[in-house]
Design a binder for this molecule. Sequence first.
Ligand SMILES: C[S@@+](CC[C@H](N)C(=O)[O-])C[C@H]1O[C@@H](n2cnc3c(N)ncnc32)[C@H](O)[C@@H]1O
Length: 251
Amino acid sequence: MRPRTLRCLVLGALLLAAFTAALLTLDAFGPLRFRWASKLILSNRQKVVDAFAILFHEEGDRTYNNLRWLGIPLQKNPMDLWIYQEMLFEVKPDVVVECGTFKGGTAYYLARLMDLLGKGRVITIDIEKHPGLPQHPRITYLLGSSTAPEIAAQVRNSIKPGEAVLVLLDSDHSMKHVLAELRLYTGLVTPGSYVVVEDTHFNGHPILPKFGPGPMEALDQFLKESRDFEVDPAREKLLFTFNPRGYLRRR
Ligand SMILES: C[S@@+](CC[C@H](N)C(=O)[O-])C[C@H]1O[C@@H](n2cnc3c(N)ncnc32)[C@H](O)[C@@H]1O
């Protein structure tokens, strides 16, 4: 083929491509564009969810770190809070043990839901006493490390035989600490109830890829040690969670 003919062909192809692209931006092609975009999204589900998780975390100051329950700050994914509400209704625990109080928003959320359910209390543990903790008759605050033997003993001693117990782990997120919490507190969880290993999305699952071994790695190790718990994927039905594989149900 002569160089001049080749040049004409390339130019013609470029012009056609530019014309087609311009045509597709017209409103009339909106439905077609929507169908293509939907197809692309649906064939990359996990990547889409992960991308949103990364964006949600990157924008933490306006998202998870900027939430309040009835005025009290809490650090959560609202999708997970909805799941907590469903778990609470289904399990109707007598006691929820929360490791990592922060400003008390989650403890207060649980306590107010318990008011509606007419039962339950929250024991929440933190090494730090944050100012302005909400006071509620269903909430007991313990000050100290969740892995300190005296704190674990206080928790154990305040649970009566036969009481249904649910545990939330949301304190120090290093693998070592979470694994220690799992070994200390899962014995309290009653059959059919849950231990929630929070923030398993750390260390590249999919956020904070340089975090190092964290909750997900602790959970993996724990599941090798215990046959009493299984991951409940049904609790991840809303797709976006801070706790992927972190909802562990006691068999
Ligand atoms: C992510 S925040 C907890 C958020 C809270 N659960 C909520 O939903 O709002 C983690 C908390 O764990 C506490 N913490 C860190 N190390 C701890 C430990 N060894 N024992 C208990 N709490 C600890 C921190 O002081 C912090 O308040």
